[in-house]
Design a protein around this ligand. Structure first.
Ligand code: CP3
Length: 345
């Protein structure tokens, strides 16, 4: 029925499914054409545009799953962060959370209304996607909190870490609000009809072990406990830079773990419980390689996962804006032509 959904359930598939993180975005000329006319936030807040952008990479490449065109910072925005996307800088939040008073200012009372454009886009997409499953998503509390505290992107989370270590009560208050808001947000997406969920914890790899437990594992578990998921749609967790904690990740009630490019995915396939599917993990910068090298790298990953049911091809992080779409086409072809040994041997 769906290669992607079968793979999330560790059912054998004729070939691995493929989609890529940030598959709708600036590397596509058809995205840039829209972006010349509209601001990024206007695009994600307009269901018709969000639908069109979500569909662009499906039409062009025939990916096995679509991911809703949106952003993880919509939740911060709905809670009261003053969010803007600034050219060349990325997200900027002009009222960062630095004290308990700042955290108390946030409010989830109109979360549903403020995020209503998301279920609207999901419902519209479901009428147009046909058999292609739709992945909804949210940022994990730690990563979203990082932007809310730093006020934007940061390479070392210096301000966030100061808050964690100097004002643990403020941190806890912020994380509590984000756990509730994120669970509500994901429940809205499930109600609207998404076929799967992915949780992104992009900065989890910057934490030491105790904080990884308290700020990544514990809040994500709390969110999963709050989900109303009657159809049992699959949940993926992508927590970049955390394979060293693979055991803790594998004990969460998720169906799929997304791996970044650093880890040997074949070795991880041996370590992880057989009922957890794996997704990943080609270095996004491998898309700058020559044809021969690209083919060898893609084939190596495919072969290393060929006899493990429950594998989804993806990159180890989002695709970069200056990648040539022809390179993506090549990767898609290689994956589509690959035959899993178990079924075809
Ligand atoms: O994957 C998809 O195609 C779905 C859409 C999606 C976007 N962002 C679109 C986007 C998803 C799932 C995200 C997640 C996201 N957003 C994450 C977690 C995953 C990751 O990449 O680590 C994070 C940390 C963000 C926050 C964010 N949004 C940043 C730091 C930036 C600026 C950096 C950059 O890449 O420009 C964004 C902007 C953003 N989100 C763009 C897109 C297509 C570019 C916007 C533009 O056109 O200017």
């Amino acid at each position: 029925m769906s290669l992607y959904l079968d793979a999330t359930r560790c059912m054998p598939t004729s070939r691995p499914p493929i989609w890529i993180m940030r598959q709708a975005g600036r590397y596509l000329p058809e995205y840039r054409a829209f972006r010349e006319k509209y601001g990024f936030l206007d695009m994600i807040r307009t269901p018709e545009i969000a639908t069109e952008i979500t569909l662009q990479p499906i039409r062009r490449f025939g990916f096995d799953a679509a991911i809703l065109f949106s952003d993880i910072l919509t939740v911060a925005d709905a809670l009261g962060s003053d969010l803007n996307f600034v050219e060349g800088k990325g997200p900027v939040i002009s009222n960062p959370v630095r004290t308990m008073a700042d955290a108390d200012q946030l409010s989830s009372s109109s979360l549903r209304e403020r995020l209503d454009y998301v279920p609207q886009a999901i419902r519209l997409l479901k009428t147009q996607l046909g058999d292609t499953p739709l992945i909804g998503f949210a940022g994990a509390p730690f990563t979203v909190a990082s932007y809310m505290v730093e006020g934007g992107s940061s390479k070392d989370l210096r301000i966030m870490k100061e808050l964690i270590y100097s004002q643990p009560e403020t941190m806890e208050q912020l994380m509590d609000q984000l756990v509730k808001a994120t669970a509500d947000y994901l429940n809205m997406q499930i109600e609207a009809g998404v076929d799967a969920i992915q949780i992104f914890d992009t900065w989890a790899g910057l934490l030491s072990y105790p904080e990884f437990q308290s700020l990544v594992i514990r809040p994500i578990r709390a969110i999963l406990n709050r989900l109303r998921n009657p159809a049992g749609i699959p949940i993926t967790l992508f927590a970049k830079g955390t394979s060293v904690f693979w055991k803790e990740l594998s004990q969460l009630p998720v169906q799929v773990i997304g791996l970044d490019w650093q880890v040997d995915i074949g070795a991880m396939g041996q370590l992880m419980p057989a009922d957890i599917a794996l997704q990943g993990n080609m270095d996004p910068m491998m898309l700058y390689a020559s044809h021969e090298i690209l083919e060898a790298k893609v084939t190596h990953i495919l072969k290393s996962m060929a006899d493990r049911p429950g594998y989804i091809f993806n990159l180890g992080h989002g695709i970069l804006p200056d990648v040539n779409p022809d390179q993506v086409q090549r990767v898609v072809q290689l994956v589509q032509q690959f035959k899993n040994e178990r079924i075809h041997a």
